[in-house]
Design a protein around this ligand. Structure first.
Ligand SMILES: Cc1cc2nc3c(=O)[nH]c(=O)nc-3n(C[C@H](O)[C@H](O)[C@H](O)COP(=O)(O)OP(=O)(O)OC[C@H]3O[C@@H](n4cnc5c(N)ncnc54)[C@H](O)[C@@H]3O)c2cc1C
Length: 473
């Protein structure tokens, strides 16, 4: 076992899990040396906000999580454009594509996920490249390429988004706001089929159509054609560009080749350690814990914190994460807690297609075990609190939670209520911060999906206006 002060820790991947992990190591004064090998050329950035870059509301600087200088000032060796080709467990080295070999005592895989290519004939050309009209949307490089293409097209040009999940909806909204006539093609019978049931999906489709985006559900794109793309229902959509957002899978090729146990992801225990090799760990989208892979920022950040604690001598354990998904797209509001389609319990549901809202609570033993909210998120804070705390509700309360289209004055949040689901920050921690910037820096609240920003700002304003207690005497 290496002494922590001489330990050479190598991280593969410079994405959202890796950055959080390094921040947590720094905060805990980790004593070894840290090298981050990141294949992307740009300093680590917030992937969730790529659609905001495409939409034009954020520039690249605004989504940068930590600059190269930040790493350098903390003695962390961040190597950008460094793609790892091989992990040699016998020699305890990793090899980069340029042949450089780097020794490790401890290795952390944070390689994220890769987009799945739907089976569309003509999508991939003989040389392995994508058809020139087709775009992936996973990295900043993808986003910049798509952005440049949108810039070249005339107003009113056409775009097809293949995949009606969270990412597809974000991209479709961004393209539509950029002035493209946008259509979504989704193979399932309704949108957001992994998160929502049919009524919620229908409300969303109606909202999208109202916002100018056409939606084809129960239809698969099967073949590239002269003018665009052909669907299995016989339709042909003529289009100037196609964006693939049909899901992803954990990026596990390195781990597999190194002989680590991989099912869907790299299999880890509750210390995020590979079950095959105790020098190697995996966090984020590439990790599989208790047969579950995640694919969202909150669990990736939770795992990063647990692993940093373990590697600095702490006793934290990862016990699986609550699943909280929030759609980040202009004029579309969706929040999903747990798994409202598969959780067992009594269902209390209300759909108002006219107002464009849908709410579903799954209640077991009086406790909210899952929820889906579409259209109106005025109650999301309260419902999340009740869900997090496992509060037992009276028989009328679930129904009351679903009523009230107009938000009443928000009730004061108790200190222990979680406000930022991505970084796990409570109202009390936010109230203790001197300013918005100080809060971002010390707690990382608002630096994930950003959905909590209005509440964080409100709490800080309220806290600064609150009377300061003056000692008597
Ligand atoms: C456009 C988009 C929108 C999203 N929106 C949301 C959202 O609203 N909410 C949410 O919770 N989640 C969202 N996600 C998912 C979220 O971004 C991921 O869950 C999160 O980024 C996982 O972090 P990670 O570090 O595991 O993976 P990533 O952030 O993907 O980082 C992995 C990094 O490793 C690099 N890498 C891979 N292999 C190698 C190698 N061999 N050598 C060197 N580097 C390598 C990759 O290039 C990448 O930079 C979104 C994802 C995308 C693409």
């Amino acid at each position: 076992m290496t002494n922590q002060s001489t330990e050479r820790l190598v991280v593969i991947g410079g994405g959202m899990a890796a950055v959080r992990f390094v921040e947590e190591l720094v905060a805990r004064s980790y004593a070894g040396t840290v090298t981050v090998l990141a294949d992307e050329e740009h300093a680590p950035y917030n992937r969730i906000l790529l659609s905001a870059v495409l939409e034009g509301t954020h520039n690249v600087d605004a989504i940068t999580l930590r600059s190269a200088e930040w790493f350098a000032e903390r003695g962390v060796d961040l190597r950008l454009g460094a793609r790892v080709l091989e992990v040699d467990r016998d020699a305890a080295e990793v090899m980069l594509v340029d042949g450089t070999r780097i020794a490790f005592d401890r290795l952390v895989l944070a390689t994220g996920s890769i987009p799945t290519l739907p089976p569309i004939r003509g999508l991939v050309r003989f040389d392995g490249s994508l058809h020139p009209r087709v775009h992936a949307f996973r990295s900043l490089a993808d986003c910049e390429r798509l952005d440049a293409e949108v810039g070249r097209l005339d107003e009113g040009a056409r775009a097809v988004v293949v995949g009606g999940g969270l990412l597809g909806l974000q991209v479709a909204r961004a393209l539509s706001i950029r002035g493209l006539h946008t259509e979504i093609v989704e193979g399932a019978e309704h949108l957001l089929a992994s998160q929502l049931g049919e009524p919620g999906g229908r409300v969303l489709a109606r909202d999208l159509r109202r916002l100018g985006t056409d939606v084809y559900t129960g239809a698969r794109a099967i073949r590239m054609s002269e003018e665009g793309v052909r669907l299995d229902n016989g339709y042909e959509l003529s289009t100037d560009l196609i964006v693939l957002t049909a899901g992803g899978r954990p990026s596990t090729a390195l781990a597999r080749r190194a002989g680590l146990m991989v099912r869907r992801g790299v299999v880890v225990d509750s210390t995020l350690r590979s079950v095959t090799d105790d020098r190697i760990h995996a966090i984020g989208d590439c990790a599989e814990h208790r047969r579950r892979v995640t694919g969202f920022v909150p669990p990736a950040w939770e795992q990063a914190g647990v692993l940093a604690d373990v590697l600095t001598g702490g006793f934290a354990r990862y016990d699986g994460s609550r699943s909280v998904a929030r759609l980040r797209a202009t004029d579309l509001e969706v929040a999903v807690l747990g798994d409202p389609e598969r959780a067992t319990g009594e269902i209390v549901e209300m759909t108002n297609p006219i107002a464009g809202s849908h709410r579903r609570l799954v209640i077991e033993g009086g406790v909210i075990v899952a929820a889906a909210l579409v259209g109106d998120l005025s109650r999301v804070g309260l419902i999340t609190q009740l869900y997090d705390r496992g509060t037992v509700l009276g028989p009328d309360e679930p129904g009351q939670l679903l009523l009230g289209e107009t938000a009443a004055e928000p009730a004061p949040l108790p200190d222990e209520a979680e406000v930022c689901a991505c970084a796990g920050v409570t109202a009390g921690a936010i109230r203790g911060c001197a300013s918005f910037d100080a809060c971002r820096e010390s707690t990382r609240a608002t630096t994930g999906c950003g959905g909590c920003e209005p509440v964080v700002r409100r709490l800080l304003v309220e806290a600064s206006a609150a009377p300061v207690a003056v000692p008597a005497g």
